[in-house]
Design a protein around this ligand. Structure first.
Ligand code: ADP
Ligand code: MG
Length: 267
């Protein structure tokens, strides 16, 4: 691929012509000829209805499944298997019930026993940043849903990944906790400035967090819109009541309505 074909010159992530179908199922691909670039340090939200291939896209980027065609490049090298420089958080955190918060954070380092001094120090610093310092000794059954998701976020950050993948991390939480964690994620992201891809089906959540929103929908999943979010940071709860926020939300809602009614976006 030559430089002029790349939308963002300093792209950290470049997908080009990606095709993916799950094996052993009907042959219709989940994604077909998908191309997308994500700039270094950018916060991208991927918005779309259920079944549109959002999780599949993240699994490809995480190296958990492999595309049948096209290329997926992160930091200059093709993704073929899970890598330390790509971190992921799922909808429900996969915590080991018999390990405390600190050890669950240290899971990718092989727990406290296998972890290096640097990893232990980083885990403690991250636990402080995510508000879990006082809870480091608690076990998963002693945590609220919001705290458990913070543990997942902290663990994702342990190896200082260049790319953060977040698959509907707040969707199982109540509305208040969700809002609070969105504010915290923005604060963490503004401190660490890692490239992030955040999957959600919530328009307000996408607009609140992202620099750019892409809408993925249809079968096979296609990018129906690619919308820059020109709202100043740090965004606050008041941002969500502002005129610009509402205008962008309306634009996305209209797009979804047209897709739901006709299967194709307007224009
Ligand atoms: P989304 O995250 O947007 O809801 P997914 O990527 O999870 O969408 O799923 C896209 C499509 O792929 C769905 O139709 C789903 O049923 C199918 N699918 C997801 N995972 C698998 C799998 N492991 N095997 C077969 N089909 C799958
Ligand atoms: Mg999903």
């Amino acid at each position: 691929m030559n430089a002029s074909a790349t939308a963002i010159p300093e792209a950290l992530v470049t997908l080009s012509g990606v095709k993916f179908a799950y094996p052993g199922r009907s042959r219709s691909p989940i994604l077909d000829d998908l191309s997308l670039s994500i700039g270094e340090g950018e916060f991208l939200a991927v918005l779309g209805p259920s079944g549109g291939g959002k999780s599949t896209l993240l699994k490809i980027l995480a190296g958990l499944v492999t595309a049948q065609a096209g290329s997926v490049v992160v930091g200059g090298t093709e993704i073929r298997r899970p890598r330390r420089d790509v971190g992921m958080v799922f909808q429900r955190p996969t915590l080991l019930p018999w390990r405390n918060v600190r050890d669950n954070v240290l899971l990718p380092a092989g727990f406290a026993i296998g972890a290096s001094k640097a990893e232990l120090d980083r885990a403690d610093r991250l636990l402080a940043m995510t508000g879990l310092r006082e809870s480091a000794g608690l076990y998963p059954n002693q945590l609220s849903g919001g705290m458990a998701q913070r543990v997942g976020l902290t663990r994702m950050l342990l190896h200082d990944p260049r790319l953060l993948l977040l698959d509907e991390p707040f969707s199982a939480l109540d509305a208040m906790t969700r809002e609070r964690l969105s504010l915290e994620l923005q604060r963490i992201w503004m401190t660490e400035r890692r490239t992030a891809i955040f999957v959600t089906h919530s328009i307000p959540e996408a607009l609140f967090l992202a620099d750019r929103v892409v809408v993925l929908a249809g079968r096979p999943g296609r990018i129906l819109a690619d919308l820059p979010v020109d709202l100043p940071r740090p965004r606050t709860l008041e941002t969500m009541g502002g005129a610009r926020f509402n205008a962008l939300a309306l634009e996305l809602r209209r797009l979804f309505d047209t897709v739901a009614a006709t299967g194709v976006p307007a224009q």
